[in-house]
Design a protein around this ligand. Sequence first.
Ligand code: NDP
Ligand code: HSE
Length: 447
Amino acid sequence: MSAPNPRPTTTGGAPLRVALLGCGVVGTEVVRLLTTQAAELASRVGAPLELVGVAVRDVSAPRDAVVDRALLTTDAEALVDRADVVVEVMGGIEPARGLLLRALRGGASVVTANKALLAQDGPTLYAAADAAGVDLYFEAAVAGAIPIVRPVRESLVGDRVRRVLGIVNGTTNYVLDRMATDGLDLAAAVAEAQALGYAEADPTADVEGHDAAAKAAILASLAFHTRVRLDDVDRTGITGLTAQDVAWAARTGHVLKLLAVAEQVDGPDGGALDVHVRPALVPAGHPLAGVRGAFNAVFVEAEAAGELMFYGRGAGGAPTSSAVLGDVVSVARHRVLGGRGPVESSYAELPVQDPGLARSRFQLRLEVDDRPGVLAQVASELAERGISIEAVQQTVEPDGAAGAAVLVLTTHTATAAALHATVEALRDLDAVRDVVSVLSVLRVEEP
Ligand code: NDP
Ligand code: HSE
């Protein structure tokens, strides 16, 4: 049973003290909304929200004029101790983790955008919130401005979610889009995403898929009532992709996207979860294919609701601050009116499936000798491992090597393990000069 809220509920319109941890891309915009919309927020909450301090690393660093420098402090612990609501937008594991636990244990409600921390140690935070009877909200942690945590955690909780497909990292979507439409190389496109405030402090977290994997873990936990941690997510980023991969995607009627996928697959005792992040070929007609730039989208397939798509700005200071403020109002209302938001739901305890057993369609691009019998040899290697071919395309590229052809094979659904074994066998064939790329193809459900 949850403990009662140890701090008295605010009554009579007394201000709620808000502490902000972090004042960077997101924090600055949180200050802007708290300041410029103070009157409206007070009306919506039923009490004023008073920003009592802003913890940063360097109080002397230049800041946007909206930030009252008198509120800046490096003593985050002291700040947390005098707050009713703690908003964490500093990022990283420590000191964020210690500060949030301190806040929760002290009876403050917490709003955080920190997906890395939630994916690594969410259950500890939930437990602390539960013990103190306070709220832990994190809408901004997944897909920036898009309301997706609340819909999955609350609106769809009466349904059975079957699969969640997300473009949940703005930086990589921006990068892939710039590569596809303007021919930029990966490094140049990443630099642009950094300048626009989309990328993490270390953009490796974006391009190697760690950020998307954290969001996948959070969404999977919520959708399937199971604790899924960052390490449970099978992850591949976009650094192995080339301009040719992006161009070939278009030639075969697809768009390359970094997808975060969480799916309940059949099996004994309720089945298992397949949770992964990897580049995938999305058929050009699928709604996710049209998600451009730093926009995000989450496509949810649920038994009763059918297909739903949540779309919007997935990164950037102002969009993310919208999600943060939505949470601040929610937790503040609870403090004024009483009650709490949802607690952790992990009763299902589904196992996470071995990645080798995960099933997908695949597209293989091979450079082969352009001579009779080669296609038959390649097809035979697939058939030997039970992999059925759905489509074949062969071309001789004007700028290709002498005597070589490009063979693009799309398979029906196969396990990752069978596919990898086939790729190894293909590499051993004399007629195969190179297995240039192996990509998943999104499985589209029939309506
Ligand atoms: P920034 O790097 O722009 O800002 C981080 C802020 O936290 C800075 O003000 C920094 O202080 C402060 N800070 C960092 N470490 C400490 C510390 N040890 N003690 C005190 N203050 C500290 O990050 P973002 O605003 O981009 O991101 C913040 C969080 O929001 C992250 O968890 C991120 O994943 C998440 N997020 C970001 C989105 C985005 O589009 N940027 C979107 C959704 C979520 P100082 O200013 O002195 O350096
Ligand atoms: N770096 C993240 C992204 C920020 O590019 O999506 C939003 O979580």
